[in-house]
Write a protein that binds this ligand. Structure first.
Ligand code: GLY
Length: 354
C-alpha cells in the first residue's frame, strides 16, 4: 500500500484523505488543528449558479459538475461515518432591494440565460410567498432551486469520522516547509499553502471573510427554508439556514492572515441581513468569526502535480465546500496516474504540472 501524507485537515484535505484511503492508500493527515480553519467558519453554500460572475464560466462548469456529485457524496459519507453529512436539499432565492440591485440581478439572469442556465425571475410578492420572512424592502429577485447548502460543521465531523474509519491516521502537528515523507505529499493547506512549496509561492493568498451565526429564539420569526442571498444597495449578503438558526455572511477583504472579526464587518452584515429578513432582530447573536478563503489568481482551484512527489489541491477561493467532491475525485485520479483538466492544473500559471 503506497503512502500519502495529506497536509491540511479542512474540507478539501479531509475529503481527499477519505477518498484516497477508500482507494487503498495508507494515508496520514497532518494538521495541528483539523477542521478548525475556514471550512469551520464557512457558510456552506453549494451555489455555483448564484456565485456565478461573468468571465468565470470555467468555474461555473466546475461548480455544476461538483454540485451534481453532492447528493451521492453526502449519502455515501453519512453511511460511512454513521452520522449525517448535513446536506440541506432546499434551494436558494436571491433578493434585490434598490433599482441598482434589481438591474444587477437582471444582468446576472441574462448572463445565465445566455449560458443556457435560465433562472426564474420573481417579484417581491412572489419571493415573499416562498419565504414569508422577507421584508418589504425586497422588491424582486430570482429563484434558483438547484443551489443547495450543507451544514459545514456536520460535514466536517462526518468527514473526520469517515476518514478515521477508512484508516486515515490523524497527526495533530504542523507540516513544516521543506519537510519530506516517504511516498506522496498532497498540499491542501488552504490559504497557508503558498508557504509550503516553491511552486505555490505567490499563487494562493488569504481573502478574509467575516461571518455570523444567529440562533432562533422562542417567538421569533421562523428560520427561512431556503438560502437567501441578497444585494442591499450594492452589497452582497447571504443567510443560510441551519437547524435552529442562520449563518450570515460574508465580508470580503484582503488583510493578510488576519482572522479577527471587526466591529464594522459585524455591523454591515447585521444591517444588511436585517433589511432582508427583519425577523432576525429577535434572534440571538451566537458567534462572529472570520476565515481565510484561499484565493487563486483566477478564482479557479489549483489541483495537480507540483513535482514528482508532491500534489496540490488548494486555491478554492469562495467555493471550497462546493468543490470538495470533485476535488477529491481529481486527486484520486492523479494518485492513479491520471491527469487533471487544464483549467485547474498549476501548469496554467507556468508552474510545474502534470
Ligand atoms: N462562498 C461564500 C463565501 O466565500 O463567502
Amino acid at each position: 500500500m503506497e503512502d500519502l501524507v495529506v497536509v491540511g485537515g479542512g474540507v478539501i484535505g479531509l475529503s481527499c484523505a477519505w477518498r484516497a484511503a477508500q482507494a487503498g492508500r495508507h494515508v496520514t493527515l497532518r494538521d495541528p488543528a483539523p477542521a478548525s480553519g475556514s471550512s469551520w467558519v464557512a457558510g456552506g453554500m453549494l451555489a455555483p449558479v448564484t456565485e456565478a460572475w461573468p468571465g468565470e464560466e470555467g468555474l461555473l462548469e466546475l461548480g455544476l459538475e461538483s454540485l451534481e456529485l453532492w447528493p451521492a457524496f453526502a449519502e455515501e459519507l453519512s453511511a460511512a461515518a454513521g452520522q449525517p453529512a448535513g446536506l440541506h436539499p432546499e434551494g436558494t432565492v436571491v433578493a434585490a432591494t434598490g433599482s441598482g440591485d434589481r438591474a444587477e440581478l437582471d444582468a446576472l439572469a441574462g448572463h445565465l440565460a445566455r449560458l443556457g442556465r435560465p433562472v426564474e425571475r420573481l417579484s417581491g410578492r412572489e419571493l415573499r410567498r416562498l419565504e414569508p420572512g422577507l421584508g418589504p424592502d425586497v422588491r424582486g429577485g430570482l429563484s434558483v432551486p438547484g443551489d443547495l447548502s450543507v451544514d459545514n460543521r456536520a460535514l466536517l465531523a462526518a468527514l473526520r469520522a469517515a476518514a478515521e474509519k477508512a484508516g486515515v491516521v490523524m497527526e495533530e502537528r504542523a507540516w513544516e516547509p521543506g519537510e519530506t515523507a516517504p511516498g506522496t505529499v498532497l498540499i491542501c493547506a488552504g490559504a497557508h499553502s503558498a508557504a509550503l512549496h516553491p511552486g505555490l509561492a505567490g499563487l494562493v493568498r488569504p481573502v478574509k471573510g467575516e461571518i455570523l451565526r444567529l440562533t432562533h429564539r422562542h417567538g421569533a420569526f421562523p428560520v427561512p427554508t431556503r438560502t437567501v442571498r441578497a444585494l442591499v444597495d450594492g452589497r452582497p449578503v447571504y443567510l443560510v439556514p441551519r437547524p435552529g438558526g442562520l449563518v450570515v455572511g460574508a465580508t470580503q477583504s484582503e488583510h493578510g492572515f488576519d482572522t479577527e472579526p471587526t466591529v464594522g464587518g459585524v455591523r454591515d452584515l447585521l444591517r444588511d441581513a436585517e433589511r432582508i429578513l427583519p425577523g432576525i432582530a429577535e434572534y440571538a447573536l451566537a458567534e462572529a468569526a472570520a476565515g481565510l478563503r484561499p484565493g487563486s489568481p483566477d478564482n479557479v482551484p489549483v489541483v495537480g502535480r507540483l513535482d514528482g512527489r508532491t500534489l496540490v489541491a488548494t486555491g478554492h477561493s469562495r467555493n471550497g465546500i462546493l468543490l470538495a467532491p470533485l476535488t477529491a475525485r481529481l486527486v484520486v485520479g492523479l494518485l492513479g496516474g491520471g491527469a487533471v483538466p487544464a483549467a485547474v492544473d498549476p501548469a496554467r500559471f507556468g508552474r510545474t504540472g502534470t
